[in-house]
Design a binder for this molecule. Sequence first.
Ligand SMILES: *[C@@H]1O[C@H](CO)[C@@H](O)[C@H](O)[C@H]1NC(C)=O
Ligand SMILES: *[C@@H]1O[C@H](CO)[C@@H](O)[C@H](O)[C@H]1NC(C)=O
Ligand SMILES: *[C@@H]1O[C@H](CO)[C@@H](O)[C@H](O)[C@H]1NC(C)=O
Ligand SMILES: *[C@@H]1O[C@H](CO)[C@@H](O)[C@H](O)[C@H]1NC(C)=O
Ligand SMILES: *[C@@H]1O[C@H](CO)[C@@H](O)[C@H](O)[C@H]1NC(C)=O
Ligand SMILES: *[C@@H]1O[C@H](CO)[C@@H](O)[C@H](O)[C@H]1NC(C)=O
Ligand SMILES: *[C@@H]1O[C@H](CO)[C@@H](O)[C@H](O)[C@H]1NC(C)=O
Ligand SMILES: *[C@@H]1O[C@H](CO)[C@@H](O)[C@H](O)[C@H]1NC(C)=O
Length: 635
Amino acid sequence: MAIVTCKLLFSLYSFLFLIIVSLTKAQPNFLYNICVDKGNYTTNSTYENNLNTLLSNLTSNTEINYGFYNFSHGQNNDKVNAIGLCRGDVKPDVCRSCLNDSRVLLPKLCPNQKEAIGWYDNCMLRYSNRSIFGIMEESPGFYMWNPYNASEVDQFNQVLGNLMTKLMEKAASSDSRRKFATDNDTDVNFQPIYGLVQCTPDLSFQDCSDCLEDAISEIPNCCNNKKGGRVIKPSCNIRFESYLFYDPTPIIDPEKISPPPQGKNKSSHTTIAIVVSIVVAVVVVALLSFICIYSMRSKPKINLEEVEQDHDDIEIEESLQFNFDTIQVATNNFSDANKLGQGGFGIVYQGELSTGQVIAVKRLSKGSGQGDSEFKNEVLLLAKLQHRNLVRLLGFCLEGKERILIYEFVPNKSLDYFLFDPLKRSQLEWERRYKIIQGIVRGLLYLHEDSRLRIIHRDLKASNILLDNNMNPKISDFGMARLLLVDQTQVNTNKVVGTYGYMAPEYAMFGQFSIKSDVFSFGILVLEITSGLKVCGDLHEQSMEDLLSFVWRNWREGTITNIIDPSLNNDSRNEIMRCIHIGLLCVQENEVERPTMATIALMLSSYSVSLPLPLEPVSFIGGRTRSISISDTQI
Ligand SMILES: *[C@@H]1O[C@H](CO)[C@@H](O)[C@H](O)[C@H]1NC(C)=O
Ligand SMILES: *[C@@H]1O[C@H](CO)[C@@H](O)[C@H](O)[C@H]1NC(C)=O
Ligand SMILES: *[C@@H]1O[C@H](CO)[C@@H](O)[C@H](O)[C@H]1NC(C)=O
Ligand SMILES: *[C@@H]1O[C@H](CO)[C@@H](O)[C@H](O)[C@H]1NC(C)=O
Ligand SMILES: *[C@@H]1O[C@H](CO)[C@@H](O)[C@H](O)[C@H]1NC(C)=O
Ligand SMILES: *[C@@H]1O[C@H](CO)[C@@H](O)[C@H](O)[C@H]1NC(C)=O
Ligand SMILES: *[C@@H]1O[C@H](CO)[C@@H](O)[C@H](O)[C@H]1NC(C)=O
Ligand SMILES: *[C@@H]1O[C@H](CO)[C@@H](O)[C@H](O)[C@H]1NC(C)=O
């Protein structure tokens, strides 16, 4: 009875936690945001207080206006200035809620940063200790584009150019309350083009036209020949699409709108409903807690949380543990016909459970030094990591000397199978490779930062990137990743596990691994993906030049096209070059110079992030790391 009650209680806690999480995590992500590194404030400083006051006043200010807010608060060095701008066609309540989301989210994303800026579809918020009112600023900014190409490009561009110029003049010359214009036109195929331009209304006619003119002139950089695109800057922004994306109803003067009374009632009803359910839930939980604690009175000093934790883990452990017999049947007694390959840690088989579920079974090489409980702990830990770019661990089997890991089955083999095969590599056109790179970034970012545990992979390489039916990448074999204490970023180990060529120098030489040693391996992987060459192996055997020296030599000499896999077509040169650039930044000898996965994600998602110039990467052939013998198959 007590156990059932406690189980129920546990579910209720989880449920309440979910409610709280969903209530507090209400803000959607920005389209883009930048923490401008122009100085930091300290926690509890006057600047922070001023910023908080200013931001909380931003939307509590109920005065109806034209979608532009400019405020400042504080004195001298602690003065904070903020500008909020809503898109011109957005209704006041939508505007307010968009700015409200921004003001909650932006300081969270840019903690202690004096200057920051964030953009949603419907609004922009920026703040700084500098004066920003009435000043035209064109950076930082970003581009977005519609993936589809326009047809009849020349005519399309002509119509688009005329439309944008017309809108620019209209917006720049509107009054100082709202500098905004939208309109549409049709190209030769009678396809509509919808355009929108906007300046912050604090700009002069000249500043607004200058800003918009520059933005329009950047369309070829941003979204050449695309059906839609946006150029977005702090002081102005433009957008065009082949579909109607703005509210075309003429803008009514805000003075003439009376606030809809219905909305308020509705929301207060919902509030009441939520409050009532929370109160009921709290009462039930309190009651259950009482019963639960009461029934455990005989065991004093037990921390309720610990009990739940144990309970939880034991339950997980039970559901994750498979019988050896089951696995034997599933893999047809580990038959050679079922063998998928030999991984670093043992042989991998394909199997099918009696439920019909297809699995991958990794039978670990015997004699690994790990104890049973250590093994179980690791499995429990890894099974908790779930991300669409990670191969999912479904369970384990531990019987006698047998240690087996059961994974989801990923149908399409691994990246190296395609990438390094002269025929199959043509199936990986650039768009696909780029998506694979992005997926690996997401998976690693999750391992490094977003999961509850900080996991360092330590053996990232092309054969550890599996591809599913849609060629989405899934990182596998993070089994040797170790749990790091949260504030620990680096660990010394005498067990070096990894693969020659992918290992960062500090790891290969001193056994020091960190998220930055994974970044190094990622850099190698990106260079392999862009060049189609293996980091160690068949490359330029006669000259003994390794991948890094080869890439670096061509980079330095400006012959970057030599690096690019000849089976890739020419259209995406810029994107490929940018990836090579990022790859080089990841393989810098000094780990401090290597970007984090979060920065890499940003570099890939926005072209407005400028990349530092890479220095000469580590040279492995130089000798230092060559003398160390490294085993690929130890744990
Ligand atoms: C803003 O803060 C930075 C760094 O603290 C400082 O260098 C700069 O002078 C400040 N600007 C103004 C206008 O106070
Ligand atoms: C502000 O803090 C960030 C992170 O804490 C740091 O990277 C940056 O260098 C600091 N900027 C200045 C100007 O001190
Ligand atoms: C910030 O100030 C408040 C009171 O002014 C104080 O209670 C709190 O401990 C301070 N926090 C830090 C981190 O200094
Ligand atoms: C906050 O807004 C209210 C109402 O608009 C105004 O009276 C008050 O002065 C503002 N406070 C600050 C610090 O700007
Ligand atoms: C805000 O904008 C108005 C004009 O729209 C201007 O008169 C006022 O000085 C600005 N306030 C601040 C604090 O910059
Ligand atoms: C602003 O956002 C906060 C936090 O998400 C929320 O509690 C508050 O009700 C919102 N205010 C308005 C006016 O929407
Ligand atoms: C757009 O055109 C480029 C060549 O200019 C082509 O490579 C690409 O596949 C096209 N994209 C779409 C979505 O049609
Ligand atoms: C398109 O433009 C025409 C004339 O310029 C206008 O009458 C029509 O309402 C516009 N349509 C939209 C959806 O903006």
